[in-house]
Design a binder for this molecule. Structure first.
Ligand SMILES: Nc1ncnc2c1ncn2[C@@H]1O[C@H](COP(=O)(O)OP(=O)(O)OP(=O)(O)O)[C@@H](O)[C@H]1O
Length: 254
């Protein structure tokens, strides 16, 4: 393991569960028969004993089936959720890039949304002015920028959100399944920017169901299953493990 100075993210023994309410009374009759019966809660475990580290400058991929805990983990890293147990250490400025388009207002134009979203992400007025054309240009949104956001397709909204987010100064960029809705050409340009971000020594944590992208771009990958780490290492090895777990019968035949 590298010295701590080279570690961007260090996670040790992280646990996270959600409380899911169960309403016991569903009808008026039940309400009158059992007026004191309360809502009960079921604990939904989302992360269990999660321990790993990401080195500075790494392009680190996280994969796993739906509901395996990937987004919860990113939200714990970002401090949006507090873990129930364990420690999280983040060395450097984390991009607030967790769910694209947070703060977007569908009733406002693309132009106004850039101003608001970029302000929320920490850019000054002057930075927004200076970087405005680059944001619009990267998103290829020149023709749409004065239209209301509700008229943007979901792909266009993602283009806009991504274009703003990469203008924010950060050391660690977290992407949660955000490129999936972009078209092929936009995705390729995004991966070019990600390569440049990495060249600049910054760290990228990339959650995706696009296993090809994980294989092609990540230095290392991690497989989450039911909130636990099932594999971590070279993308090819982790993808094989994923395949063996998700398609065990096929895996057994090959
Ligand atoms: N806010 C929440 N309240 C209650 N349960 C939640 C909440 N967020 C996530 N969960 C539960 O935690 C588990 C992990 O969910 P999470 O969204 O982290 O999975 P994921 O791997 O990101 O899934 P996906 O690939 O579908 O995006 C799931 O069982 C989910 O139902």
């Amino acid at each position: 393991m590298s010295s701590l100075a080279n570690i961007a993210i260090e996670v040790a023994g992280v646990e996270k569960a959600f409380r899911l309410p169960h309403e016991q009374r569903t009808t008026f009759k039940e309400y009158f028969l059992h007026p004191l019966r309360h809502t009960t809660f079921e604990r939904q475990r989302a992360l269990s004993g999660v321990t790993f580290a990401v080195e500075e400058g790494e392009f680190f991929g996280i994969i796993g089936p739906n509901g395996s805990g990937k987004s919860t983990l990113l939200k714990v890293l970002a401090g949006i959720y507090r873990q129930d147990a364990g420690t999280v250490r983040v060395n450097g400025v984390l991009s607030p890039f967790i769910e694209l388009g947070v703060g977007f207002n569908p009733e406002l134009t693309g132009r106004d949304n850039i101003r608001i979203n970029a302000t929320l992400l920490g850019l000054t007025r002057r930075q927004i002015r200076e970087r405005f054309d680059e944001i619009v240009g990267f998103g290829g949104l020149e023709r749409f920028i004065d239209q209301k956001l509700k008229n943007f397709s979901s792909g266009m909204q993602v283009r806009l959100a991504y274009s703003i987010a990469i203008q924010v100064d950060f050391d660690i960029l977290m992407l949660d399944e955000v490129l999936a809705v972009g078209d092929q050409e936009f995705q390729e340009r995004c991966f070019e920017t990600l390569a440049a971000i990495r060249e600049a020594g910054k760290t990228i944590v990339f959650v995706s169901h696009d296993l090809g992208a994980i294989r092609d771009h990540c230095d290392r990958a991690m497989l989450l299953l039911d909130g636990s780490i099932r594999a971590i290492g070279k993308p090819d090895d982790v993808l094989s493990r994923y395949d063996a777990i998700v398609h065990p019968v096929i895996g057994a035949r090959t």
